[in-house]
Ligand binder design. Structure first.
Ligand SMILES: [Zn+2]
Length: 511
């Protein structure tokens, strides 16, 4: 038997008993599973022993919402609201499929950067343009298998023409462009569900169960009702996460009223597309009633504070979700909307951002909540809470081991606070997935980092040339998207998630 023991370390277990409070514990790992957590555990001949003195052990982080596609777009754009930004990061016209080789290289690099920052689980909503095929999906599974990360990997689907998913768009765009966009082929619900069944058969459960297929209808406005409801049923049948972008922007709140005469969450409830396997990415422009619907259906939310700030999407109702008991995870979102998959930055941002909501400090986000969302909360959103997200007997050993002798932890005060506010991942000594050391003192043990960087560097000029060409081709939509964004900003949607107006209302209340 292959056993590792971490002896007498400072541990944040995130279990029900000690939560995010640091305690001294030893951890015994056998064949990738945690078999003992106690002040003292068995050590047998042949065990590999890691001395826990001056070390902090924490559950590996779960990045509960991201898109590996955007890795090739890292650093390209700034100051674009979602609708305009999406036009360039997911071009409408001129898209041609990436080769499985490039998909594999991109995914490897993305997983490598994630692991080196202590992300042991990815919820990767893989959105290829124009659409994803089986070879591309297999390339992502192959890459994550090789790098040794845990992941939910989606087939993402949009099956309505985008001009019919944005208010005002079909009226504002030139008629010939509308015809051209509507003529692009889209999958039927049946075709997507068949594709997903094949993915479940061929890919789901690979890597000894580490790699799982995820259903990902893009959004309630971007998919047909039969697809959304069908994906929910298939997800429940196989215990899969169903990952949907919901109410990321004010434009989407206007869209709900425009398309369905109600909120997008109410619409999902009406068509039977809410379940305990459903995760909403973002969930910013939700009403209180929407949150009640989510809580009663067991829907969870993946919060992406850096992406939301960068795209100016607004502040998610963090406190309201916590009050309602909606499980919350944290995501980096893609590398074009946040420019980094490093979850340490996201955790810190989550702990800070919701102190900007108002003067009542008893409602501010806390270190405990941020750590919870980065670990067990994220695991819950990914339907992986029985597998990872806490240090407990029976869970897989996905662990981050930090050196407490570094400057970030000097002077050593509250290590939970310091983990969130002082540490950025540079003190990581080991990262373990399934009990296997995948990062050892900053070095990936499974793949050759420098070779992968060199390979992408060689390929990038051709990729960038192609991206520049697509930017030009899609520029024609920009004026209209800008107009849609501005018009929707003026529509009353019943909630406010932008600070300027929120501050105005607070001033009114206090005055
Ligand atoms: Zn997203």
């Amino acid at each position: 038997m292959n056993a590792t023991v971490i002896k007498a370390a400072t541990v944040i277990t995130m279990d029900a008993a000690t939560g995010s409070s640091p305690v001294v514990r030893s951890i015994r790992i056998e064949d990738g599973a945690i078999t003992q957590v106690a002040p003292d555990v068995d050590v047998r001949d042949g065990d590999e022993v890691i001395d826990g003195t001056d070390r902090l052990v924490v559950p590996g982080f779960v990045n509960a919402h991201t898109h590996s596609w955007e890795y090739l777009y890292k650093g390209r754009y700034d100051n674009l609201p979602l609708e305009l930004w999406m036009l360039y990061s997911y071009p409408i016209l001129g898209g041609r499929p990436l080769s499985p080789e490039l998909v594999g290289l991109r995914s490897r690099l993305f997983a490598m950067e994630s692991l080196k920052n202590g992300v042991t689980t990815l919820v990767d909503d893989v959105l290829e343009t124009p659409t994803q095929d089986r070879a591309q999906l297999a390339a992502v599974f192959d890459a994550y298998d090789e790098v040794g990360i845990r992941a939910n990997i989606s087939g993402h689907v949009i099956n309505r023409p985008f001009v019919d998913t944005l208010p005002f768009a079909s009226d504002l765009l030139p008629a010939d462009l509308v015809v051209q966009v509507r003529a692009q082929p889209v999958l039927t619900a049946q075709e997507y569900l068949d594709y997903s069944r094949a993915a479940i058969r061929d890919q789901h459960g690979r890597g000894g169960g580490r790699l799982r297929y995820m259903l990902a209808p893009s959004g309630p406005q971007r998919c047909t009702d039969d697809l959304l409801a069908g994906a929910t049923v298939l997800g429940l049948e196989h215990g899969l996460e169903v990952h949907i972008h919901v109410l990321e922007t004010r434009v989407q709140a206007v869209t709900g009223q425009d398309l369905y005469g109600t909120t997008l969450v109410q619409h999902l409830a009406d068509i039977g597309a809410l379940s305990s396997g459903t995760t909403f990415a973002h969930g910013i422009w939700v009403t209180d009633h929407d949150i009640e619907l989510m809580a009663s259906a067991g829907v969870s939310v993946s919060h992406n504070p850096i992406s939301n700030l960068k795209l100016g999407s607004g502040l998610a109702p963090w406190r309201r979700y916590h009050h309602a008991g909606v499980p919350v995870g944290l995501g980096s979102d893609g590398c074009s909307s946040s420019d980094t998959p490093r979850l340490h930055e996201v955790v810190k941002m989550a702990a800070l951002l919701h102190k900007a909501g108002g003067p009542d400090h008893t409602t501010w986000s806390t270190v405990d909540e941020a750590l919870r969302a980065a670990t067990i909360g994220g695991a819950r959103t990914a339907s992986l809470h029985k597998v990872t997200g806490s240090i407990e007997v029976g869970k897989r050993a996905d662990l981050n081991v930090y050196d407490l002798g570094t400057l970030a932890f000097t002077p050593r005060s509250r290590v939970d606070n310091q983990l969130v506010y002082s540490e950025n991942g540079s003190s990581l000594e080991y990262v373990l997935v399934d009990g296997r050391i995948v990062v050892d003192h900053g070095r990936l043990t499974t793949v050759d980092e420098q070779a992968a960087i060199a390979e992408l560097r060689e390929r990038m000029p051709a990729v960038a040339q192609w991206q520049d060409k697509l930017d030009l081709l899609n520029d024609g939509f920009a004026g209209v998207f800008d107009e849609v964004h501005r018009r929707c900003a003026a529509v009353d949607v019943g909630v406010e998630r932008w600070t300027a107006q929120e501050r105005g209302r607070v001033a009114l209340r206090l005055g």
